[in-house]
Every structure is written in C-alpha cells, then in structure tokens.
Design a protein around this ligand. Sequence first.
Ligand SMILES: CC(C)(COP(=O)(O)OP(=O)(O)OC[C@H]1O[C@@H](n2cnc3c(N)ncnc32)[C@H](O)[C@@H]1OP(=O)(O)O)[C@@H](O)C(=O)NCCC(=O)NCCS
Length: 435
Amino acid sequence: MNPDLIQELTPADLRGILRYVPQWRNHIFVISMDGALIRTPNFANILLDIAVLKNLQVKIVLVFGIGMEIRRIADQAQLEISDSSGEGPTDNITLEAGIQAAGTIAHKIMQGLTQAGLQCVHCNALRATKVGIVKGIDQQLSGKTDRIDTQLIHQLIENNVVPLVSPIAFSRLGEALRLNADAVSADLAIALKASKLIYLSPFKGVSIHDEFALNITVEEIRSVLNTNPTALLDITRSKARQSVRAVEAGVPRAHIIDGRDSDSLLTEIFHQVGIGTMVYGNDYMQIRKAHRSDIPILFQITRKATFSNELKLRTIEDFEKSIDHFYVYEIDGTIIGTIGLRPFNDPSVVEMEAVFVQSFYQGRGVGKKLVTFAIEESRRQGKKRIITLTTQTADFFKELCGFSETDKSILPQERADELALSKRNSKIFYIDLQE
Ligand SMILES: CC(C)(COP(=O)(O)OP(=O)(O)OC[C@H]1O[C@@H](n2cnc3c(N)ncnc32)[C@H](O)[C@@H]1OP(=O)(O)O)[C@@H](O)C(=O)NCCC(=O)NCCS
C-alpha cells in the first residue's frame, strides 16, 4: 500500500470511511480478477476485501481471467497454443488448456471465498457466439458475448451469493468457446447497470507515456487509444479499451488497480484519492455553486488553512452571508476544493477569494482548474477585472495562474479599508479580463 496513504490514516478517518459506506449499499460492482493473481501472496486479501464489500451490502459479480494459467499449462505440457490473451484465435489445444485453466482458477477462488465465509456459484449466465473471421483470420473457437442471463445473476446476488463468471462459455448449441475476460467483464457491467467495473490486474494501473494516470476522463483515454495506442503498455491496453467501452455505455466508473497490492481494492473504493487508474464519465468531477448545506464542511476544511495563516478565518456566519459567491470542486460527492468570487459596489471588479484545495488532493491540478474556472466565470459575468489578495501564495497566482502584482490603489474602497483593518499586509494581484 502507498505509504503516504498509511501515514494519512487517523482514527478520525473512520468518520470519512463511514460516510462512504452507505454510498455503495445495494450497488453492483463487477470485479474482474486477472487469473495471475491466484498465485500472488495478496490473493487471500482480495477475497477478504470482497467479503468486506459484501458485508457492506455491495453486490459483487466476480469474473476471472485465464491467460496466464493457459500459458502455465502450455509450458508444463509443452503445448503449442494459438493465443493465450483471449484476443487472438483459439484452436482446439488452446481451448482444452483454457478449460483446464478455468477449472483451476474457479476452484481456487471458490475455496478462498468459502474460507472468507461467502457463498458463490460458478454459473453459465453467459451465452457465447463465435467471433468468426477478423481481418481475414478465422478466430476458430474464440467467442464473444451473445446473451447475458441477467435474471440468473440478479437472483444469485439477491440471495447473497457471489456469481462467478468464467471466460469459457457455451454457445446456443452447447459448444465451449474461449472469451476475453476483460470484454466479458465490461459486457456484464453494462448489462447489469453496475456502478463500478473493477479490473484487478497484476500491474499498477495505466500509464500514458510513462506517466501514471490516476483519474482520467473517458474522453482523454479514448483519444489516446485512438490516436496513439502505443502510449499505453501492451498489457494495459485491453483493460483500458474495455473501461472506455463500459463507461461510454453508462457504467459511471471503471477502475484498473494493482491486485498484488494489499488493500488496493478497499483503498480504491473508500479513499478519496484512490490508488489505481479510474476512468470516469463527466459526472464524476465538477465545479458547482456551493449550497447552504455545504457550509459546515467549508468551514471545517478552510479552518485548517487559517492556522497556518494561508487563509483568513471565515466563520460559519461569514459563509452564511456569502455562500452565494462560493463554488466547490467536488469529486464523487466529496468537496475537494473551494473558491469564492466576491462582488463589489463597483460591478466591473470581482475578487477571487478563499482558494483552497484539501491537502490530500494538492498538486493534482485542482487549484489551477479552480482559478481558471473563476477567471472564465468572471469573464462570463461581464467583469472587467479580477483581483486576488494573498499572504503566502504569490508565486502560485503569478507564475502558474497568470496574475500580475499591483498595489492597493487598484482595490475598491471597501476592500482597501478592510485590508488596512486586517493588518494582513497581503500582496495584491489582478488580471484585466477584457484586454
Ligand atoms: C494554493 C493551492 C490552492 C494550490 O492548489 P493545488 O491543487 O495544490 O494546485 P495545482 O495542483 O493546480 O498546482 C500545483 C502547483 O502550484 C504550486 N503551489 C502550490 N502552492 C503554492 C504556494 N503556496 N506558493 C507557490 N506555489 C504553490 C505547486 O508547487 C505546483 O507547482 P508545479 O505545477 O510547478 O509543480 C493549495 O495549495 C491550497 O489550498 N493551499 C492552502 C490555501 C491557500 O494558500 N490558498 C491561497 C490563499 S488565497
């Protein structure tokens, strides 16, 4: 687990965690476990984490991959296989190895779930059809999802049973076919209207040009996959593609996380920052107007910055008077940052105030997004000048946000009087908006 996250956890975080608990109650998560994970030390923890989620009344559907196990079986028996990834043709030998691999992995998972006190059923909820010929190549016994028996899956999850879905499925006539587990997982997440599709992989998540993508919009990752697919490592591409497909089809979030990392599953779900790559649709992050109901949390989070004198103290009453001027940056229902746009008697001037990002999210571009938003919003409101006052963040506004330093002659009279009274000796910055 990321040591920064361990250091951050305090008993008070329990409050935060408990706030998240009801959030996912009765939601469906499709968890897709790479078969390679059954041979890692973290395998037992993953199943325990699934038991924790079940105890929190999350409805789990578990899919597993068989690629690595097929390779292992083929190596041991010195078999010549046509493809192990589930993306190429499947000949008879590969299918036989796949059936054996699926049996071994399903057995291990069922054993582990039993030890974790969970009931599960390895089910045939998936009907497959042959992929056929792709770019002139017969894919032989490779299949794709033809139909999903959602009723069967719902019956199982309503009865507190974990459905276990294998990438070996049968056609209408009962012929066994080998499917790609990443695609099957996305198909299930879409058909079941899951809230999350979670890929537990034997790698960290997705990096683009070697830069780790923590949270990425579906548009961004789709554009990289379409224009420059090699920017992603080969092993991550299939899960990235299927994540895009699922999110575009209405699954709110897809996560690709490192299943070798103990606690990664729970951290990804319950920690505000997460640990792996999350692909999300537009509704996940937003800057919106603050509501009156946000006041207690705004007071609580900004108060910390007043101890170090980074922000001036705003009381609950101050927020009540000025809440109409505040905006919040929200991620998944949690307020991560805030910014105020204070009007003056002079309607051409607005002050950007109380720019604040929670410490666990600093350095991820939220501050700059809030400032850019404030500048755009002021322009939209027809303001001619935006000003901001700061004691400790001069370089942030000047070097990163394009503000210029000036003196107090620029301030509206009421603001100049306040500044004199406050004795904060703040530096003054501005941007002219209609140049
Ligand atoms: C200032 C603040 C809003 C920046 O938010 P953020 O989300 O961390 O900022 P971003 O991720 O968009 O930008 C990070 C960059 O800002 C720089 N930065 C952050 N705080 C800074 C400061 N006090 N002075 C100078 N630069 C600063 C970082 O070094 C980083 O630079 P880089 O991109 O070159 O690496 C945030 O640090 C904060 O809330 N601070 C406490 C409250 C405060 O001081 N508010 C401003 C008072 S008006």
